[in-house]
Design a protein around this ligand. Structure first.
Ligand code: FES
Ligand code: FES
Length: 214
């Protein structure tokens, strides 16, 4: 006859086996249903921390990303952000890493012409959309109108926020080619500049609107 200790041990072994069989993709899929999520949480709670790390990592999935008019076929982990893929997998380092939690705007890119934080967008989520990064605004070696306007108006100091600011301006002007100062302030509210060059940025945006018209 099994004693209480044996039963506990058997329960523990069963939970361990179930967790070992749970892949990362399986876990993410399970996140879609509350009941399964709770079941997984129960398993994790019932398992020592070292055993909980047995969940497989690194499962890859295929994506096709359309970036700056070019198609990239990639293998990515479902958890990878678009920011990570752009910089670390494709070497498109014009997109900057700031807070990585949707607060600063340094990582702004255009997705279907709308400014979005690449740190808050999964690469798999961006499949099927048109992605534009800072590199995509260049015409060969020539600066695009927004980049040109930022240079003309000294709309930066350290320059770290500038790529994200430029992408946000590009998105703003694609939607509204002649924004008022109020509309500029609203449109740029998701991009912070710790050097405080906001006044110059507003002037650069007015200039960029003129350059785009020309
Ligand atoms: S790095 Fe994406 S919002 Fe700050
Ligand atoms: S120019 Fe330095 S943070 Fe904006």
């Amino acid at each position: 006859m099994k004693n209480e200790k044996d039963v506990d041990k058997q329960d523990q072994e069963t939970a361990d086996q179930q967790i070992r069989g749970l892949t990362r993709r399986g876990f993410l899929t399970a996140m879609g249903t509350g009941a399964i999520t709770l079941a997984v949480a129960d398993k994790l709670n019932a398992t020592p921390a070292a055993e909980a790390e047995m969940i497989e990592r690194g499962e890859m999935t295929k994506v096709v990303l359309q970036i700056n008019g070019r198609k990239y076929r990639l293998l990515v982990e479902p958890r990878w952000s678009l920011l990570y893929v752009l910089r670390e997998e494709l070497g498109l380092t014009g997109t900057k890493v700031g807070c990585e939690r949707g607060e600063c705007g340094a990582c702004t890119v255009l997705i279907d012409d709308v400014p979005r934080y690449a740190c808050m967008t999964l690469a798999v989520e961006a499949e099927g959309s048109k992605i534009t990064t800072l590199e995509g605004l260049m015409k060969g070696e020539e600066l695009g109108p927004v980049q040109q306007a930022f240079a003309e108006h000294d709309a930066f100091q350290c320059g770290y926020c500038t790529p994200g600011q430029i992408m946000a301006v590009e998105g703003l002007l694609r939607k509204n080619p002649k924004p008022s100062v109020e509309e500029i302030r609203n449109g740029m509210s998701g991009n912070l500049c710790r050097c405080g060059t906001y006044k110059h940025i507003v002037n650069a945006i007015k200039r960029a609107a003129e350059l785009k018209k020309a």
